[in-house]
Design a protein around this ligand. Structure first.
Ligand SMILES: Nc1ncnc2c1ncn2[C@@H]1O[C@H](COP(=O)(O)OP(=O)(O)OP(=O)(O)O)[C@@H](O)[C@H]1O
Ligand SMILES: [Mg+2]
Length: 447
């Protein structure tokens, strides 16, 4: 389950960090204090042993039994036999020759040792010292182990955890509120003017960018509508003019025929225009997904060449195709439109007797992580495109030479369709051109 509440997230992290710090501090504190007290006890045991040494060396060891002390005092001969103990009968005790504190006291003069009881609840501290007469005096006392200490503090520990929870909960809800308030105050229209956290600047920047893009799209749409109306108005005006004259009557047979064919041409123009607009708007609606299939670019180019062969013949332009089959995964009618428009332009903006060369290349990926590429080039020996116009010609309705394009029946939507079709297939377009010599349009699939 994913936790969505900010308050809860802050609570968990505050509580976790708080508890962790608390336990670390408690551990350091307890272990330090425990070590300090242990040291203190050893000092006391040593002081007591120093004080009692006289009794033993002067041969009054049994007098120790009468001394009031909480500690256990054991006297051991150098061979390990116990000859006195103030708490139990010395004779009942086994030989202490192998006890670590005895061995160390014998060799080093004194020893400090600790041993835990089998239940780990108690710890015994031993101080042993070799006396001047060679015997060893061992003094020991019991101390509660850390485990018992901690268990004894368990109530306090639980209380602390509850307090930590309450503090974490309160600070979490306070913090969450504090963090969220400025977020809710962001002005989405002018997000960059709002005073927000530095960490949120990329977010507000993105909104600002999106707002800007939205505004630009809106402007483009308005411009498009204006362009469409204008483009439709021109042929409609002439159709209406011709029809008006015909309606008045009195035109001779030839003029009537001429006017009728003008009306026909103009209405054909309008049909082409409307068709182009429909194609573009289909490509624009990215939400509708057109069906993709395995296509051969070569086949599609051949189809378009076939359709365009009449206009090529009319201009005495020769068309050639070379290269590979160019297998891509694409939407057939869209790819066809792209090829058609590129070849159409290559013929239309060519010189009489010029040529159009179409080439398709397959490039196999060198690595698995790379994509296979298919590159389509349409090269013409036509009029070329000035540097300054190379970007703009892909805009809707943009024509370099309006009157020339119009006379050729152009609407200026062709390259815009090409651009959208390429974008739809994640392909990129590169344009190279030399004025008076010709142009090369390169479309790279699979990038
Ligand atoms: N191969 C080319 N050589 C020279 N100029 C070109 C070439 N292709 C396009 N252009 C220029 O770019 C302009 C825009 O081309 P586009 O294909 O978008 O429109 P069009 O050909 O005028 O009309 P449509 O394609 O809608 O019939 C053209 O008017 C022409 O000036
Ligand atoms: Mg065109």
């Amino acid at each position: 389950m994913k936790i969505k509440s900010l308050t809860f997230r802050i609570f968990i992290s505050t509580f976790f960090v708080g508890t962790l710090v608390y336990f670390i501090c408690a551990f350091l504190f307890i272990s330090n204090m425990y070590g300090y007290f242990e040291n203190q006890i050893f000092n006391e045991l040593k002081a007591e042993s120093d004080f009692l040494e006289n009794y033993v060396t002067s041969g009054h060891a049994e007098a120790i039994g009468k001394i009031k002390t909480e500690n256990r005092i054991t006297l051991i001969h150098p061979d390990g036999t116990v000859f006195f103990d103030n708490t139990v009968d010395a004779l009942a005790l086994e030989n202490h020759g192998r006890r670590s504190e005895f061995i160390e006291a014998m060799s080093r003069g004194s020893a400090k040792k600790t041993r835990y009881s089998s239940t780990m609840t108690e710890k015994t501290l031993y101080f042993a010292a070799r006396l001047s007469n060679g015997d060893v005096m061992r003094i020991s006392c019991n101390q509660r182990s850390v485990l018992v200490l901690v268990l004894g503090m368990s109530q306090t520990l639980i209380l602390m955890l509850i307090i930590a929870m309450i503090i974490s909960g309160a600070s979490a809800s306070y913090l969450a509120k504090k963090i969220i308030t400025p977020l809710n105050e962001i002005d989405l229209e002018n997000p960059e003017k709002s005073d927000v956290y530095d960490e949120l600047k990329p977010f507000t920047k993105r909104i600002a960018e999106e707002n800007f893009e939205k505004q630009q799209r809106e402007e483009l749409r308005q411009q498009f509508t204006a362009n469409v109306s204008h483009e439709l108005k021109t042929p409609l005006t002439s159709i209406s003019g011709f029809a008006e004259i015909l309606k008045a009557g009195g035109t001779d047979a030839q003029t009537t025929k001429d006017f009728a064919s003008s009306i026909f041409e103009e209405s054909q123009r309008m049909i082409t225009l409307v068709n182009d607009i429909i194609k573009l708007s289909k490509l624009d609606e990215k939400s509708i997904s057109l069906e993709r299939e395995a296509l051969s670019l070569r086949e599609i180019c051949l189809e378009a060449m076939e359709v365009l062969s009449a206009s090529a013949l009319e201009k005495n332009v020769t068309m050639k195709i070379s290269g590979d089959s160019g297998l891509i995964n694409g939407v057939r009618p869209v790819i066809y439109e792209m090829a058609y428009n590129l070849i159409d332009n290559a013929i239309k903006y060519n010189k009489t007797g010029g040529s159009v060369e179409i080439n398709i290349q397959n490039f196999m990926a060198a690595k698995d992580s790379d994509k296979n590429r298919v590159i389509l080039t349409v090269r013409d020996s036509g009029i070329g495109i000035p540097e300054s116009e190379r970007e703009r010609i892909f805009e809707r309705f943009y024509r370099i030479d309006k009157s020339r394009s119009r006379s050729l029946g152009g609407t200026g939507l062709g390259l815009s369709i090409v651009k959208h079709a390429a974008k739809y297939h994640d392909a990129s377009i590169i344009l190279k051109s030399e004025e008076g010599k010709g142009s090369v349009f390169t479309v790279i699939f699979g990038m």
